[in-house]
Design a protein around this ligand. Structure first.
Ligand code: PMP
Length: 360
């Protein structure tokens, strides 16, 4: 069986051992005579899976007891709306840092709910960098400051987080569990699972418990964080298979030596690719400025459109998949999430070097 070198931006690569385990357990999960997809979400077998996913995530991310871990649906996109619906009230302002079209979308949804303010932005410079922390200007009566810790499209990442007087909220969809972070600094973290956590279908929300009191009882039940907190995210039928896959991915992260070891490897993978770009005499150019480069999404361009097309076609022939940049920015992007191994990055670098040589 030949597996692709998968550089998709999400859904994206999953660890082979996780896929194999899911395959092994597919028809008869723990002697239940059925697949995990066919189990009742109220069964003790499913409950153990659900619990394990929450417990392991808490352990791996070092989530303090002050914070709750919730499993939702609707993707990170629903969080763009749920954050302001739950946490932005009359007389308050939702503050946003614009670093990519995802943060732009988060802002757009917040505007439908209440007052907003752009606290910093790199939009004018095609989102090539993360604004300096000192340049962040909060509004009065800020309910929170929303940032996107890793910008999947631009290929930029916050390498240091602001210490703000308000609640810090982060969309970590594309870098959750890829590096050690201090969860305590954040009032709320959210992430769709389909990059570092598992398949699409489940969204993780980590929320400081005192914030749950801010959610109004007049909110629709399914849009209120309290519903998930009070029911251990079992108010209704959760995406059981996605949560099961999440639990397997978390076990895999633990086997790898935890987040610390994963981070080390991610840094090495990114360095390999950025070195190749930087040493190409300008043939490949990184989109992101040096200090803001992402360890997850490496965005770069070639000298022209024609070469870009040729590059993508030949890469595909070599089994290197998913390297086209996002449709809004073009160019190329290699997404090197946790499950993309070092060897895949070596194969890509080898291909990039040979491609350059052949067309020069
Ligand atoms: N935020 C970021 C940073 C993303 O990368 C994405 C998806 N690629 C989203 C939000 C939207 O996520 P979803 O498709 O889960 O709604």
């Amino acid at each position: 069986m030949k597996r692709a070198y998968n550089f998709n931006a999400g859904p994206s690569s999953l660890p082979l051992s996780v896929l194999k385990r899911a395959q092994e357990e597919l028809l008869n999960f723990q002697n239940t005579g059925m697949s995990v997809m066919e189990l009742s979400h109220r069964s003790k077998e499913y409950d153990a899976v659900h619990n394990r996913a929450q417990t392991l995530l808490r352990k791996l991310m070092n989530v303090p007891e002050t914070h709750d871990i919730l499993f939702l649906q609707g993707g990170a996109s629903l969080q763009f709306s749920m954050v302001p619906m739950n946490l932005l009230h009359e007389g308050e302002v939702g503050n946003y840092v614009l670093t990519d079209s995802w943060s732009d979308k988060a802002l757009k949804e917040a505007k439908k709910v209440g007052k907003t303010h752009v606290a910093a932005s790199s939009k004018e410079d095609r989102y090539k960098y993360i604004p300096k922390i000192d340049d962040i200007r909060l509004s009065d009566h800020a309910a929170y400051l929303h940032i996107t810790s890793n910008n999947t499209i631009a290929g930029t990442q916050w390498h240091e987080f602001p210490n703000v007087v308000t609640n810090l909220i982060a969309d970590m969809s594309s870098d959750i569990l890829s590096r050690e972070i201090d969860v305590e600094k954040f009032a709320l973290i959210y992430a769709g699972a389909q990059k570092n956590l598992g398949p699409s279908g489940v969204t993780v929300v980590i929320i400081r418990k005192d914030l749950l009191e801010k959610s109004s009882d007049s909110l629709p039940t399914m849009l209120n964080y309290k519903t998930y907190s009070e029911s251990r995210s079992l108010y209704n039928t959760p995406p059981t298979f996605a949560i099961y896959m999440l639990s397997l991915v978390l076990e895999w992260v633990e086997e790898q030596g935890g987040v610390k070891a994963i981070e080390k490897r991610n840094r090495e993978k990114a360095a390999l690719l950025y070195n190749c770009i930087d040493e190409s005499d300008g043939f490949y150019r990184a989109h992101a400025e040096k200090g803001s480069r992402s360890f997850m999404n490496v965005t770069f361009t070639l000298p022209n459109e024609e070469l870009t097309k040729k590059f993508l076609t030949e890469a595909k022939e070599r089994g290197l998949i998913g390297l086209a940049g996002h449709r809004s920015v073009g160019g190329c992007r290699a997404s090197i999430y946790n499950a993309v191994d070092y060897e895949a990055c070596e194969v890509l670098v080898d291909f990039m070097q040979k491609f350059k040589k052949n067309v020069s």
